[in-house]
Design a protein around this ligand. Sequence first.
Ligand code: GLN
Ligand code: ZN
Length: 768
Amino acid sequence: MVLATNLGFPRIGDMRQLKKAVESYWKGKSSAEELLSTGKNLRAHNWKLQKDAGLDHIPSNDFAYYDQMLDMIATLGLVPKRYNWDGTNVDLDTYFAMARGAQKDGVDVTAMEMTKWYDTNYHYLVPEFEEGMSAKLSSAKIFDHYEEAKALGIDTRPVLIGPVTFVSSGKPRYDGFNFAATVENLLPVYEEILTKLAQAGASWVQIDEPALVMDVNDEQRAAYKNAYAKLAKVAGIKILLTTYFGELRDNMDLAFSLPVAGVHLDLSNRAPHQYKDAIAIIPENMVLSLGVVDGRNIWKNNIRNSLNIAEFVEGHIGKDRIMIAPSSSLLHSPVDLDSENALDDKVKSWMAYATQKVSEIAVIAKGAQQGRDAIANEVEASDAVQEDRRTSKRIHNDAVKERVANITPEMTSRKSPFAVRQKVQQSALNLPLYPTTSIGSFPQTKVIRKARADFKKGRIDEAEYTETMQAEIRLVVDFQHDAGIDVLVHGEPERNDMVEYFGEQLEGFAFSKFGWVQSYGTRCVKPPIIYGDVSRPNPMTVEWSKYAQSQTDKIMKGMLTGPITILQWSFVRDDQPRAATSKQIAFAIRDEVADLESAGIRMIQIDEAAFREGLPLRKSDWKQYLDDAVEDFRITSCCVDDATQIHTHMCYSEFNDVIEEVAAMDADVISIETSRSQMELLEAFVAFKYPNEIGPGVYDIHSPRVPTTQEMVDLLEKAKENLDERQIWVNPDCGLKTRGWAEVKPALNNMVEAAKIMRSKAKASAAA
Ligand code: GLN
Ligand code: ZN
């Protein structure tokens, strides 16, 4: 039989119940029992929903109170020493201490590091491998949840993160770390888990190995072979090895050579064709799980396409060896589209969230099992959606398409090279050495948030809203004046979010009310939905910037978000390549750049916070992405005169492997994060001899600490050792919106002081 299956369901709840329960527990407002019971209810609800939808394989152990990697760390008993764990089962407090640090009753421990899960916006806790650490089964969660579902009459398929992916996603904390030995160390615990699951009655276990879609080295390859040879020996349970987030490519042979009962393939538009190679090499009797429903996006499935794939595969291996599945866990999809009451009906009719995707899987499986006629209505409805999207005037804008098709070299290069522009800008802008500025936002106070919410809800009119925001701008401008900052910003009070703010004013974007996706722990994000060709009907920031400039004789920097970042932090179209969408956004932002310049704004910053995080998983795909990203930035910024200075900002970035492309963007000034790493990040800029100007952040805005003048002078001295003095700008690491005025004022005053000290040192050495 063709089976309808799922790899994971979002656990936050349709109304973010889990977030609320966990945060209330943290605040001491509810007990552990209350939290555990919320968890239990959510799991029961999700299992039942999947059962009612007609799924044959429903996952368990996909639930986590914070993060599934952290659960795996707990299950394997790999708790770092600093948590003083007693070695029994990991309890809730130890669990949350690892997740977020703990500071009470004389305990003061830092959290484990968090990083992005592949190229998603989900962040996991990074396993730490300490010297002499040994693995030991230290959580009963996977068994408990299996039994919990069974008690509800649902026989689930438990999910585990595989040993090779687990170790590959972690960090050694000592010299002499050995990859193979570390994996080997974990295998007895995995074997114990599988044995116990088999005893409990589980017939399948899902083991996630997304590391197989990345570049795999010889050590990992050997570890896969060794690990699965051992795990496959556990009797009475079948292993489904799941790969997702891309194509297996050169790892396809490896994946299908492992002695597992089934392999899952991502067949979303990141990897639509790989089933053809897979059926050519799949061993006799092995099951193939077809990930035809996109687990990471919000569009309805093309049922006809999915059925075509299923039937093709069926022709080769038969019905009994096929599972229909989402491409990846549905963790990365919002929960239930039916909750949405604010979305435009048309756009909504094209969409599916996790709950809807589960039904699509059941439909496709039914069609594959019983034949097309059995799902004729569903195919017809799906065809109608595809046709509607293909022809909709809401999506397709010929003028936009034409513009993107006709990019000329003039559009992507400034009028003169940087050396020429630098001179023109120096005389036009007349800035001192070590010019001071900030990254854009200033503290988002209660007043600001309230005014924005009131305006959105219609409680205040536009005039009152504008007046409130202008008052905030005056406050920020006055402060910067008093502090003696050279290049001013308006503070971004009108922006809730640096992507949403622009999306709301662009054509082709929609916003959901309940499209929440877990980003990390209890933090959820609601990405904008790019559904159609993107254009900018009206200026978006010009009035605010003009107003801010009217309040000062100093230079007011315009502030925009760049195309790559807007793309990266949104749900994107699946009916055209990502690069086509970002190109359209680039033109929309270009129009804004041009309008700002015409309005007298002489300096414009285009933030590309997500430039690096958009890098593809495979090195061989990097060049194409980077070429596109550079072109996008140049389209956005190259319409201005030489005298107009273009800034960009990138946060959290490591630059070593992308420095040439960063330089190719040809921004006049780039600001980056450096203060935490003691200017180490600058190394890339130095080694490459970065030609333009740089503002290495000297104030760590991720901490409430106020840096002293001396600390910032020390950092600037380090920068000066490596760069030409005329290249250096002085600014914080990132925007100040999450900070309070009480810290920001003294910190920026100290920063200006530090710049002055650097200037007088320069003067003294020039005189000497
Ligand atoms: N201009 C934005 C701000 O200051 C930049 C934020 C970011 O880089 N994440 O808030
Ligand atoms: Zn930043």
